[in-house]
Unconditional design. Structure first.
Lengths: 386, 361
């Protein structure tokens, strides 16, 4: 009896409702360019939003100062985002959680406590990404906006999804074009232009066309098609992969070294897989592919992105990829397991792997040196092969 | 699918789940007629051996576990029990490294050996019974009656063990008696001026090398020590709810559960948190406890251990903590003795103010 009451209390806690819906000013933690689609979604539901400033050294400092020593890097940045957003006038914080994976499930609980002890007044709205995800997500967005117009929901979600896909496409093309471009900086310029356009697009009809337009525009950039470019898979922990500040913009560094990066985790793909009901999702998901390829090394998923890391490495080795760069935040539990397994995979499948651990103290120079050495190794190996 | 093993012998590393579940393992395997080979007690050599195999970011308990597996292999035992305890309740998961223990061991040790790797995952409906059925399957035992009997005898040894530890008998003594089928009850409870509760995983706390004998050291300083073994499962679960938290980690009962129990019933003068460096769940649980301790004014010290921890520094910190608790208690007593209690209500008030509490059970 007591237990069920507690569970209900917990459910209530997840949806803070101290503030009436019309007064809500909503903010959420930043991760890469997630702010663009989410902003579109919330604005079309009629909400007011505050976007915290992009992750920077200042944000990191705020996060480190207010969180415990042993926690992982993503939490520190999340907390800093909350604090900065609250300072800018937000009063409702949104965050998803996936219990049963790793420390991520505890982030919101911790953040709520820390922010309360710092004297902030706010509502936190949390939605599970575990079971009945679409229902939970819709409920959370209804809770913060109290919007009942189905057209708004259609518009919001369709805008949001299309923007996600547009950004993903732009990123993929950027990774492809950057090492091959003839005039340095063209691809970057094009990418930034389309990010801006994507942000400003406000109609579903235009948003749906974005993807095609981006592909066409990238085609116009003059590239050296015959250049031999080594391909590197970027794998590892979700947050550090998607957040360019945290990974010190590793994609750009690699691109400028003349390496094509293929990042395996794309936010749009992940979201589609998580939110779409399984009947409509026909493709082989990333997780399924990983489980299939990793079966010689791992027999069970252990939370986080560990099995994806291993599965992608094997997949890469079987599909002629030249190297793997594995990045993870310091003391990330699933990725430590992955780090333990990777040397054997690397040896058995004959693929070079570089594991990089990031924390707030990572110096850029040492980091770049290691990447450069690794890229040299890959290039020499590729030359010997051909 | 599961190969039948010709010789019925199983090696259990003296690390991780050994410290909480060995009585059960003993009962179960002996009932099936399987001989148990234990690895040696943790030594610096075993830790160093383990460090050779795993990457340096891995936490100390996993390094120790790897060292014990290597020790078993060196002893000539090539069937090793490495369970993967994923979750002990719906959405109550373990730490990734414990969940992936078989995956780590399989990939870091390049020797020829067989691993018995059953999975317990209540989130995915793999129950406790399935776990043991799977284990017995590796030895070619599929008769359900035999397995049920073995589980029963496992519970018997385990319950004896728990009954003894709850009455206040130390870990090693209780374990020895439980295995020999004896039940010893402690009759006299020694009263000591101070008492502390230690929150820490069994595999850190009861391993004499890792914890550097913290329990004995504290007892030498005239401090009574309470651990997770003194708190029943139900009490721990209730206490977590009592301080308004929700159980998230599978082994949270040992830490938050224990600390919360003693925080709520005001039985101790301080709490010691003992955790391995880089432990993910601990960093959150200790912080959570710190928050609650701050609210109630309970002293808490967080001791971190890794393979390099020097004993001298460790003892100094413990001594300082004990001194501080002593001074706090003396101050309170002095204040109280200035106005001697007259009515029963005042006596109750003093008791609530933690002056007369402590060691007496």
């Amino acid at each position: 009896m007591e237990k069920t009451n507690l569970a209900i209390d917990f459910e209530k806690n997840k949806m803070g409702n101290k503030i009436p819906a019309k007064d809500r000013i909503i903010a959420w933690p930043r991760m890469g360019r997630v702010d663009i689609p989410l902003k579109a979604l919330l604005l079309s539901l009629g909400a007011k939003v505050v976007i915290p400033p992009p992750n920077s050294n200042e944000a990191l400092e705020i996060g480190v100062r207010n969180s415990i020593e042993g926690i992982c890097l993503p939490y520190k940045l999340n907390l800093a985002n909350y604090i900065m957003a609250l300072d800018k006038g937000a009063n409702t914080l949104m965050m998803f959680q996936a219990p049963g994976s790793c420390r991520l499930g505890n982030y919101t609980k911790m953040a709520q406590k820390t922010l309360k002890s710092m004297g902030y007044e706010f509502d936190m709205v949390i939605f599970d990404m575990y079971r009945s995800k679409m229902k939970q997500t819709l409920h959370a967005f209804w809770h913060v906006t109290h919007c009942i117009n189905p057209w708004c929901y259609y518009k919001g979600f369709s805008l949001g999804f299309n923007k996600f896909f547009a950004i993903d496409t732009a990123e993929r093309l950027l990774f492809y074009t950057r090492p091959r471009e003839l005039n340095k900086g063209d691809a970057e310029k094009c990418y930034n232009k389309w990010l801006k356009i994507t942000d400003e697009t406000n109609s579903v009809w235009k948003a749906k066309k974005l993807k095609k337009q981006i592909i066409e525009d990238f085609k116009k950039i003059p590239i050296d098609k015959n250049k031999k470019v080594p391909v590197v898979y970027l794998i590892g922990e979700f947050f550090v992969l998607l957040d360019p500040f945290t990974n010190q913009n590793i994609e750009k560094e690699l691109g400028e070294m003349g390496v094509e990066v293929q990042r395996q985790i794309m936010f749009g793909d992940w979201l589609e897989h998580v939110l779409k009901p399984s009947i409509f999702y026909r493709k082989e998901s990333h997780r399924e592919r990983s489980v299939k390829y990793a079966k010689d090394y791992m027999k069970r998923p252990i939370g986080g992105e560990c099995i994806e890391t291993i599965g992608d490495t094997v997949y890469a080795a079987k599909h002629g990829v030249d190297g793997i760069i594995h990045i993870s935040p310091f003391s990330c539990m699933p990725e430590i397991v992955a780090q333990n397994i990777l040397p054997k995979v690397s040896k058995n499948e004959d693929i070079p792997v570089l594991s990089l651990v990031l924390d707030e103290q990572t110096g850029k120079a040492g980091y770049i040196t290691r990447i450069e050495a690794f890229i040299d190794l890959i290039k020499r190996k590729k030359m010997r092969k051909s | 699918m599961q190969r039948e093993l010709s010789h019925k012998k199983v090696g259990i590393p003296r690390a991780i789940s050994y410290y909480n579940n060995y009585p059960f393992y003993y009962g179960f395997f002996t009932s099936l007629g399987i001989e148990i080979v234990l690895s040696d007690k943790t030594t610096t050599k075993i830790i160093n051996e383990g460090c050779k195999y795993v990457v340096s970011d891995t936490c100390l308990p996993i390094k120790v576990f790897t060292g014990h597996v290597v020790n078993l292999l060196d002893k000539g035992c090539d069937v090793i029990f490495v369970p993967s305890i994923q979750s002990t309740g719906y959405k109550i998961n373990n730490c990734s490294k414990i969940r992936g223990l078989p995956e780590i061991i399989r990939n870091v040790i390049n020797r020829d050996f067989k691993m018995i790797e059953p999975t317990l995952d209540k989130t995915e409906n793999i129950t406790f019974k399935d776990f043991w059925k799977n284990t017995a399957g590796y030895f070619g035992i599929t008769d359900e009656k035999v397995i049920n009997n073995a589980i029963k005898s496992g519970w018997k040894v385990y319950n004896d063990f728990i009954a003894m530890t709850k009455s206040g008998i130390g870990y090693h003594e209780a374990l020895e008696n439980a295995i020999n089928g004896k039940i010893v009850k402690k009759s006299v409870d020694i009263v000591k001026p101070l008492s502390v509760a230690i929150m820490g995983h069994g595999y850190n706390l009861f391993d004499d090398r890792i914890s550097m004998n913290i329990i004995k050291k504290l007892e030498k300083m005239d401090v009574k020590v309470y651990t997770s073994l003194n708190v029943s499962h139900k009490d721990a679960v209730d206490s977590i709810a009592g301080i308004g938290e929700i159980q998230y980690w599978a082994n949270e009962l040992e830490l938050t559960g224990t600390a919360a129990y003693y925080l709520l019933n005001n039985k101790v003068d301080g709490i010691i948190a003992l955790s391995a460096f880089g432990c993910g769940p601990d960093s959150l649980m200790v912080d959570e406890m710190m928050y609650h301790c701050k609210e109630t004014g309970m002293p808490l010290i967080h001791l971190t251990i890794d393979e390099h921890t020097g004993e001298a520094g460790f003892v100094t910190r413990l001594e300082a903590f004990v001194d501080m608790m002593m001074r706090k208690k003396r101050n309170l007593l002095n204040k109280q003795s200035a106005k001697t209690p007259k009515t029963a209500a005042e006596v109750v008030k003093i008791r609530n103010d933690k002056v007369l509490t402590g060691s007496a059970k």
